[in-house]
Design a protein around this ligand. Structure first.
Ligand code: NAD
Ligand code: MG
Length: 381
């Protein structure tokens, strides 16, 4: 298909087949009402060897670990399903916990045919994916994402890694999973703020390349926020199709993949400048998207009406679209933090901005600097 990935729909679930070179194609199963047999069959197809290490964190384990351990071994005594529970939190996405995963892999004698399974949000997914990329120079891994962020963003695209004290995601590798298994029912236990944070990335796909998705969100945002199963399923499917298409076009990042960072240059500055724990990633991105839209409208690149529609949609997702009056952010902190962002090439700041009709964006250094300063000042008022 023109999207670079294909969609197959069954009654209880959809399959987005991510189309990559060198036989690395893999399916993303997205459903809500799987039967246990169906889940077990789908998952077990992707476990090659005898040994499996299922990894999660101590927040998710009490609710979901037994369930998934049983699915992985259901009607199948040939498999050894081992488990490892790591501490919860972004600050745990580090070399120390990576080491714990690798220690366990060696203690259990996992071999080249063994599989790691990541059960959790983006933190677990990124870290387990990276462990799978480096253990024995690369073994298989399966993603079972349990946050919106992981379902629509981090589990698609093959970026894996951990943080370093001197920078987020500074140590990592590209490594594609053998399959991604999404059961949107796991989102029932996700806190509201985490849910909404993930929705900002869905809005992003609409703005950068999918007008129909944006319009669907305008029709259905309340259903999504209320976790309507059919709405979640649709939004995750469309997001995965969009991300897979971008990744396919540009697997190792250059211009096209950079468009996935709409709102992220402003957003990273807000995340880093506001103090640890103030904003979730998607919340900072929501403010960043509002800033990018405003700047685009000020330059006349989009109609004022598109700016208004964007603000409205973010608000209906209960996402922030402004900085609070006690925010420490000011023009200097923005400029300083934005200049250390990865999207500075040859000393020139490049931004993803909206341009043209809904669904179009550009990645460019060729923007009106005064419009950027005015936008920053407006948000820091
Ligand atoms: P997260 O993994 O920390 O999950 C958020 C919180 O929700 C955690 O406390 C987690 O334990 C909890 N949780 C997860 N699932 C739950 C459930 N079903 N019910 C109740 N609680 C649940 O954060 P995240 O937002 O999923 O992911 C953020 C991470 O993803 C960051 O480290 C980021 O760098 C990474 N990321 C990677 C990519 C990529 O391309 N690889 C893309 C986007 C984000
Ligand atoms: Mg993001």
């Amino acid at each position: 298909s023109s999207l670079g990935s294909t969609l197959e729909s069954k009654e209880q679930y959809d399959i987005v087949k991510v189309d990559l070179e060198d036989d690395r194609d893999y399916p993303i199963y997205i459903g809500t009402g799987y039967s246990e047999d169906e889940s077990a069959t789908l998952l077990q197809q992707h476990l090659a060897g005898k040994k499996v290490l299922l990894i999660t964190n101590d927040r998710i384990a009490p609710t979901y670990l037994d369930h998934y351990q049983q699915l992985l071994s259901r009607n199948n005594r040939a498999k050894d399903i081992h488990t490892l529970v790591l501490p919860d939190g972004e600050e745990q996405k580090d070399m120390n916990n990576l080491q714990k995963i690798l220690d366990r892999c060696l203690e259990l004698g996992l071999d080249r045919k063994s599989t790691l399974v990541a059960l959790g949000g983006g933190v677990i997914g990124d870290m387990v994916g990276f462990a799978a990329a480096v253990y024995l120079r690369g073994i298989a891994f399966v993603q079972i994402p349990t946050t919106v962020m992981a379902m629509v963003d981090s589990s698609v695209g093959g970026k894996t890694g951990v943080n370093h004290a001197l920078g987020k995601n500074m140590i990592g590798a590209f490594h594609q999973p053998s399959c991604v298994f999404v059961n949107t029912a796991t989102l029932e236990t996700l806190p509201d703020r985490e849910l909404q944070s993930g929705i900002s990335e869905i809005i992003k796909y609409g703005l950068i390349r999918d007008a129909a998705l944006f319009e669907w969100l305008e029709e259905n945002m309340e259903r999504l926020v209320q976790r309507d199963p059919a709405a979640l399923r649709y939004a995750v499917v469309q997001s995965c199709l969009n991300k897979a298409a971008v990744v396919k076009a540009d697997e190792k990042e250059a211009d096209v993949r950079a468009t996935l960072n709409l709102g992220h240059t402003f957003g990273h500055a807000i995340e880093n400048g506001s103090g640890y724990g103030t904003w979730l990633h998607g919340e900072a991105v929501a403010i960043g998207i509002a800033m990018a839209a405003r700047m685009s409208a000020q330059m006349g690149w989009i109609d004022e009406s598109l700016l208004q529609r964007t603000m409205k949609l973010l608000e209906r997702a209960k996402l922030p679209v402004a900085l609070p009056s006690d925010s420490p952010m000011n023009r200097d902190t923005f400029l300083k933090l934005m200049s250390v962002d990865k999207k500075v090439a040859n000393g020139q700041l490049r931004l993803i901005l909206l341009r043209g009709e809904l669904g179009n964006c550009v990645f460019t250094a060729d923007f009106d600097e005064q419009a950027m300063l005015d936008t920053i000042d407006h948000f820091c008022e």
